[in-house]
Design a protein around this ligand. Structure first.
Ligand code: FAD
Ligand code: NAD
Length: 464
């Protein structure tokens, strides 16, 4: 059996693991990254990137269809058609470019990538099963980044018409009737995209509102747009079982009232959970935080020199959190004083309209003991939004009443996900309402809404 020693062993090559490995390599640490599938993890291969590619093409198709229906002033085109395999080939090309790029960056940083399944034997040793046999790696520091896995419903096991997001992102034909079980991030992002491609979509959500992670002012705009797109939304409803023939999904609505929904595909998106099996968690016996690995502010687990990052450490399961943790951990291992204590982790949902939330909503701020000032500026009054023919949405700023410190920023609108950077920067820099209001925002941009929302909170709104 081959035996290698290194300074840092990273288990898992998703956004958390590959960033940790690149940074460790850049800092001159002898680093080995073990990945059992493709570099880039869920995010690059079957998550963030492919889903956004599909959403973009669905938007393109939907704009063309609107033009064909005579609903775009001054533009007319013939009715468009969808070539789904063509869309998927384009999407796969982006994935290949990005995952290839990650391989190149790891190489450039001097990281050794080992293709195989790793299993921790103890806090210093990992056994890797490769196609050429077993390799034992001894490491001074371990970074665990094995990610998460899709939650399967017992009543609706994956197979046949019941699919996960991974299969939905690789379909070669569009379903006629798609039922999406779970009205959270994935269900709404992909459900909206399929609806725009012309699929008859029904969304079944167990709670009383869509996107329960977001406040209702944001999620209600998404619900309204889904209605306009002809998507049926069933709230307080749970999936019960698929018919024997596999073409009807039985659901139980409020008070258990049963309903049968015809479907040729049922996409189950009821959440993800930390991946706790298959890599030796039981051998390490790490302390847990519920169903995720417990970490401190330096991403240290309960075992000395064993760190954990990304989805395996629980919510929020977001790629940018995993990457930020990976960066911090590599620097800590290299001896720098770092911790993972962000002022806020931006949350963005790529629905229509897109929604973004950074920091506290007004209700969350109040629940945390703050008295607040709120400024909300509608995109209806924003010139750029008018020229984009996309005035559904708003920008909201929440600040402390006593000293105007910004506690949270939210927005809904077209391409508004890009606001997450400005929002996160404002919170991280400790901006006050005056800072935001006095910053010159270029005209004409939707970003002027940020400045206007801050001005409104200060009682000196200009354009409303
Ligand atoms: P992962 O990406 O899960 O990577 C873990 C890696 O570890 C995998 O490559 C796996 O093969 C490897 N591994 C596991 N066990 C072993 C082992 N024993 N040996 C070797 N290798 C192993 N997040 C966002 O921020 N924005 C989005 O828009 C977004 N969209 C998403 C869309 C979809 C459809 C899905 C499913 C997820 C989306 N996410 C999004 C979530 C995001 O993908 C995850 O938060 C992110 O990938 C987590 O990164 P990670 O490094 O912790 O784990
Ligand atoms: P989610 O937690 O966002 O949503 C799951 C939804 O399913 C919830 O609304 C929940 O109430 C509902 N649900 C649970 N059980 C149900 C049942 N039996 N019947 C009907 N509804 C049920 O989970 P997801 O959409 O699977 O996404 C997983 C994770 O991936 C997200 O939490 C997020 O961390 C990440 N993600 C992020 C983005 C982004 O950042 N834009 C996009 C996609 C995924």
């Amino acid at each position: 059996m081959d035996k290698h020693d290194c300074e840092v062993l990273v288990l898992g090559g998703g956004p958390g693991g590959y960033v940790a490995a690149i940074r460790a390599g850049q800092l001159g640490l002898n680093t080995i990254l073990v990945e059992k599938d493709a570099l880039g993890g869920i995010c690059l291969n079957v998550g963030c990137i492919p889903s956004k590619a599909l959403i973009h093409m669905a938007d393109t198709f939907s704009h063309m269809q609107k033009a064909a229906e005579g609903a775009v002033p001054g533009v007319s085109v013939a009715p468009p058609s969808v070539d789904l395999p063509g869309v998927m080939t384009w999407k796969d090309g982006i994935v290949e470019r990005l995952t290839g790029g990650v391989g190149g960056l790891l190489k450039k940083s001097g990281v050794t990538v080992l293709s195989g399944t790793g299993r921790m034997r103890d806090g210093k040793t990992c056994i890797v099963e490769t196609v050429d046999g077993q390799i034992t790696i001894g490491a001074r520091h371990i970074v665990l980044a094995p990610g998460s896995e899709t939650i399967e419903l017992e009543a609706l096991p994956f197979g046949g018409p019941v699919i996960s997001s991974t299969q939905a992102l690789a379909l070669d034909t569009l379903p006629t009737k798609l039922v999406v079980v779970g009205g959270g991030y994935i269900g709404l992002e992909l459900g909206t995209a399929f609806a725009k491609f012309g699929v008859d979509v029904t969304i079944v959500e167990a709670t009383g509102h869509l996107l329960p992670q977001y406040d209702r002012e944001l999620s209600s705009l998404v619900g309204k747009r889904l209605k306009d797109l002809g998507v049926d939304v069933l709230l307080d409803t749970k999936a019960v079982a698929m018919s024997d023939k596999g073409d009807v999904l039985e659901v139980a609505g409020p008070d258990g009232v049963a309903q049968n929904l015809e479907a040729d595909k049922v996409l189950v998106t009821v959440g993800r959970r930390a991946r706790l099996k298959g890599w030796g968690l039981s051998e390490l016996g790490l302390a847990m935080n519920g169903s995720a690995i417990r970490i401190d502010a330096q991403c240290r687990t309960s075992m000395t020199d064993v760190f954990a990052i990304g989805d395996v450490t629980g919510e929020p399961m977001l790629a940018h959190r995993a990457m930020a943790q990976g960066n911090v951990v590599a620097e800590i291992i290299a001896g720098k004083r770092r911790s993972f204590e962000p002022a806020a982790i931006p949350a963005v949902c790529f629905t229509d309209p897109e929604i973004v939330s950074v920091g506290f909503s007004a209700d969350e701020a109040k629940a945390n003991g703050y008295e607040v000032k709120v400024g909300k500026f509608p995109l209806l009054a924003n010139g750029r939004a008018m020229t984009l023919d996309a005035t559904q949405g708003f920008v909201r700023v929440v600040a402390r009443k006593d000293n105007d410190l910004v506690l949270g920023m939210q927005a809904a609108g077209q391409n508004i996900s890009e606001f997450s950077s400005a929002f996160a920067l404002a919170l991280e820099m400790g901006a006050t309402l005056e800072d935001v209001a006095a910053t010159i925002h270029a005209h004409p941009t939707q970003g002027e809404g940020i400045q206007e929302a801050a001005m409104l909170a200060l009682g000196k709104g200009l354009h409303i």
